[in-house]
Design a protein around this ligand. Structure first.
Ligand SMILES: NC(=O)c1ccc[n+]([C@@H]2O[C@H](COP(=O)([O-])OP(=O)(O)OC[C@H]3O[C@@H](n4cnc5c(N)ncnc54)[C@H](O)[C@@H]3O)[C@@H](O)[C@H]2O)c1
Length: 280
């Protein structure tokens, strides 16, 4: 195992729900000390409570990863991190002309720019220790543009570019630190509630437990890229065709109809008696 989780400190942004929460629980079960950063003041604390009730080690901070000052001070409070999982993400799921300017800006602030603020906070320590891993949770939408995802898909293409550039930069400088990018198709967490897939055998909507388990296995084994399901890995081959053919193939696969019935996550109300480990 290149990056065993046992005994390591693993920070997961957006670790209060969905894939982030399952990654936090799974990393703790594999012996990691888990730190959760989440915008929601309650969900991170709830995830920690669940981990601790099973004998795991976990702390949470309520922090908005788009807020550079909050990121810097939360990083000081968090201390050294061995594995950083940049997982926090949002989606609007609207046509370009239907999305508000603020929704477009927020998508890039969370899905793209926050990668810079959070990674820059922890990378110097990793480089000084000549050990560490930066995980970027991008998306299959970071490999192919999808109707009703002009902001989301572009922000995830940027995440792929970020992780790949970082990977070669860290290797070129012989830092001992790795960068790993994850590009999953839809996962049944509620973030993309309502999406439909035309060919579930080729392009299944992934179960959150399956996706989180694959990601944790890939972290430990030292993979640098994880694209799932397998069929999505054929994209570079299809891209060798003329772009108009590529679009027709994506349409035939139903990719550009997946978002037709998208509703997205309906935010649960925050309980009034919120438990927060730390507020930043
Ligand atoms: N669900 C999918 O179909 C799917 C597919 C491919 C990639 N992804 C990516 O996986 C990641 C996790 O997705 P998910 O389905 O678990 O989503 P989710 O909505 O269940 O969880 C996202 C978490 O991020 C947190 N968050 C949002 N904005 C934040 C901010 N500014 N600061 C801190 N925390 C913030 C939320 O509070 C939430 O706990 C995202 O980056 C998403 O883009 C999801």
């Amino acid at each position: 195992m290149k990056h065993p989780l046992s005994g390591r400190t693993v920070l997961i942004t957006g670790g209060g729900s969905g894939i982030g929460r399952l990654l936090a629980e799974g990393a703790a079960a594999r012996g990691a000390r888990v730190v959760i950063w989440d915008l929601s003041p309650t969900s991170g604390a709830a995830a920690c409570a669940s981990i601790r009730s099973r004998g795991g080690a976990a702390t949470s901070f309520a922090v908005d990863v788009t807020d550079r000052e909050a990121v810097a001070s939360a990083a000081v409070e968090t201390g050294p991190v061995d594995v950083l999982v940049n997982n926090a993400g949002i989606v609007t799921g609207k046509r370009l002309l239907d999305a508000a300017d603020e929704e477009i800006e927020r998508t890039f602030a969370v899905n793209t720019l926050a990668l810079y603020w959070v990674t820059r906070a922890f990378l110097p320590g990793m480089i000084a220790r000549r050990s560490g891993l930066v995980v970027t949770i991008s998306s299959a939408a970071g490999l192919v543009g999808v109707a009703k995802q002009t902001d989301y898909s572009a922000s995830k293409f940027a995440a792929v570019g970020f992780a790949e550039s970082l990977r070669v930069e860290l290797a070129k400088d012989d830092t001992g630190v790795d960068s790993f990018v994850v590009c999953p198709y839809y996962i049944d967490t509620g973030m993309f509630a309502g999406v439909k897939t035309k060919f579930p055998r080729l392009l299944p909507i992934l179960s959150p437990d399956y996706a989180a388990g694959r990601i944790l296995d890939a972290i430990e084994s030292g993979r640098i890229q994880l694209i799932m399901p397998r069929f999505v890995r054929t994209l570079p081959l299809v891209r060798m065709l003329p772009a108009a053919w590529f679009d027709q193939i994506m349409n035939a696969l139903g990719v550009n109809n997946t978002m037709d019935a998208f509703t997205g996550r309906r935010q649960p109300a925050e309980p009034k008696t919120a438990t927060v480990d730390r507020q930043v």
